[in-house]
Design a binder for this molecule. Structure first.
Ligand SMILES: *[C@@H]1O[C@H](CO)[C@@H](O)[C@H](O)[C@H]1NC(C)=O
Ligand SMILES: *[C@@H]1O[C@H](CO)[C@@H](O)[C@H](O)[C@H]1NC(C)=O
Ligand SMILES: *[C@@H]1O[C@H](CO)[C@@H](O)[C@H](O)[C@H]1NC(C)=O
Ligand SMILES: *[C@@H]1O[C@H](CO)[C@@H](O)[C@H](O)[C@H]1NC(C)=O
Ligand SMILES: *[C@@H]1O[C@H](CO)[C@@H](O)[C@H](O)[C@H]1NC(C)=O
Ligand SMILES: *[C@@H]1O[C@H](CO)[C@@H](O)[C@H](O)[C@H]1NC(C)=O
Ligand SMILES: *[C@@H]1O[C@H](CO)[C@@H](O)[C@H](O)[C@H]1NC(C)=O
Length: 430
């Protein structure tokens, strides 16, 4: 069925929202959180606009004072390009955690739970050509995050990476600390906290980085995309003081035109204009960069930007029949340098030049170039193995690829590797 397929590659039709807003409603994540916390919930309060879930598993823990030096490896490695490499099947060391052990797993990403039987997607290790990536050690990371905030800012892909990070930490420090998950419904912020360390790992919903009509973490399925391309302070004030900030923004822009608003959403005297997507993307990233330049404490904060996460919606791109997609894929793509049409090099260029300019102005944002390595992983998407938020029609059931999710990633899986790379960057100045 061509319909959902086309919407995903942003054909001009805007009469219905693309699949990633329909199926990944934030609400569902909250449902997941509630369901998965059955055992650990101690109290639940609506006080001061926040829902609080407490997991009181075990409070007295060894703090594991460990030394960070053991992690820093020789500076000669610092020039190594971590993003050029290949996937190696490694079912000894991977997955880094078990899906069913992660209390905060999202039903959107829990492919095994939703019936996927070929589980090899969990067993791939990323091997850079010129060096090794350091082994992810949750204790070491928590030590680094003591009294600090690590915030993921962006869309549902970024949220998937946040879930991965929470799972990497959650499953590794089972017997320590009080862990908690808070949801601030009117600030789009979810906070995972490890109390022993006073460390938080947070996700802030901000799919286009600048203010937009898709900012509501639950109700963002809107037929039309409108951004205030110059306006970011409403969001920025939520994460500016964080110590580590991981940004992304890509898929929500994939339309030929975006409607830009000069004025505010609240008042009726705003001016709206259709602007070519690339132009509006550039404006938004400029607003973002200007905000960072002025507001971020550059001696304190480490900043990262995740490059485009590729989609695998057109099997013809990897030599299969037209009309197919990632559904039923079990193998990775072996062709070195493979690129599908699911990622847009022009948008990558804009990201790069924005970072370069920021660097000239004295602010370093590390671009984590995960596009190429993720391109190889056409089998890593949930496909039909995830919770379906809307019930399926008979037509869909008869044709599973019509409702396959070829955008997000199963966990454990590809985003764990993104986090291993993030980890390498946090501990080394690449
Ligand atoms: C969130 O909601 C609470 C309770 O309604 C309110 O006190 C608070 O000011 C709100 N915060 C924001 C940022 O809107
Ligand atoms: C993680 O680091 C801690 C402290 O440095 C160390 O004791 C522990 O053995 C490490 N864990 C793994 C799995 O390497
Ligand atoms: C991302 O990595 C790929 C593979 O190493 C490379 O071809 C591409 O130029 C990189 N892009 C950026 C912006 O660094
Ligand atoms: C790893 O994969 C190999 C080859 O598929 C298989 O023979 C072996 O049993 C697997 N080991 C584990 C621990 O799953
Ligand atoms: C806990 O961490 C926050 C940052 O997330 C910091 O502002 C606060 O001072 C820390 N509390 C203590 C007691 O160190
Ligand atoms: C920036 O961060 C450093 C290190 O945490 C701190 O000492 C300094 O006071 C901060 N500067 C401002 C203006 O907040
Ligand atoms: C996808 O890429 C191929 C070549 O790589 C090109 O021929 C084709 O036109 C592209 N399709 C779209 C829809 O851009």
């Amino acid at each position: 069925m061509a319909k959902s397929h086309q919407l995903l590659v942003s054909v001009p039709s805007t009469s219905s929202a693309p699949i990633w807003d329909i199926k990944c409603s934030f609400h569902s994540l909250i449902v997941v959180l509630i369901v998965s916390l059955v055992a650990g919930v101690v109290y639940l309060t609506g006080e001061s606009g926040k829902l609080l879930f407490e997991d009181n598993s075990n409070s007295n823990s060894g703090r594991g004072k460990e030394n960070e030096e053991s992690l820093t490896y020789s500076s000669s490695n610092n020039k190594c390009n971590l993003f050029s490499g290949k996937w190696i099947f490694d079912n000894e060391s991977y997955p880094l955690y078990k899906e069913q052990d992660c209390k905060f797993m999202s039903d959107q990403l829990a492919c095994q739970k939703f019936g996927r039987e070929d589980l090899n997607y969990q067993n791939w290790r990323w091997q850079p050509h010129q060096c090794d990536i350091p082994r992810f050690n949750a204790t070491t990371l928590l030590e680094k995050l003591r009294n600090k905030r690590l915030v993921f800012v962006g869309d549902s892909l970024n949220r998937g990476q946040w879930v991965s990070m929470v799972c990497l930490i959650d499953t590794a420090v089972h017997d320590s600390s009080l862990k908690s998950m808070h949801y601030r419904y009117n600030t789009s912020l979810i906070i995972f906290k490890v109390k022993d360390y006073n460390a938080t790992i947070e996700f802030y919903w901000e799919p286009l980085l600048v203010e937009s009509n898709s900012d509501d973490p639950v109700h963002h399925r809107l037929p039309e995309r409108i951004v205030r391309a110059n306006s970011i302070e409403k969001h920025g004030s939520r994460w500016t003081n964080a110590d580590f900030i991981v940004f992304n923004t890509y898929l929500w822009w994939r339309r030929p035109h975006i409607k830009v608003l000069w004025g505010s959403f609240e008042k009726s005297d705003g001016i709206y204009k259709e602007v070519k997507m690339l132009r509006s993307y550039e404006m938004a990233l400029k607003a973002w960069a200007d905000w960072l330049e002025i507001h971020v404490n550059r001696t304190k904060a480490q900043l990262f930007f995740m490059s485009m996460s590729p989609v695998h919606e057109r099997a013809e791109e990897w030599g299969k029949a037209k009309g197919e997609n990632c559904y039923s894929e079990k193998e990775i793509i072996q062709e070195e340098g493979y690129q599908g049409n699911g990622s847009d090099p022009k948008m990558m260029k804009i990201v790069e030049s924005t970072m370069d300019e920021l660097k000239h102005r004295g602010l370093n944002v590390h671009l984590l170039n995960i596009t190429q390595l993720s391109e190889y992983r056409k089998e890593g998407h949930p496909s039909i193995y995830r919770k379906q938020w809307d019930s399926l029609t008979e037509e869909q059931i008869a044709n599973p690829s019509s409702y396959a999710d070829c955008i997000h990633w199963c966990l454990p899986g590809v985003p764990d590797v993104w986090n291993e790379l993030l980890y390498a960057y946090i501990f080394n100045n690449y």
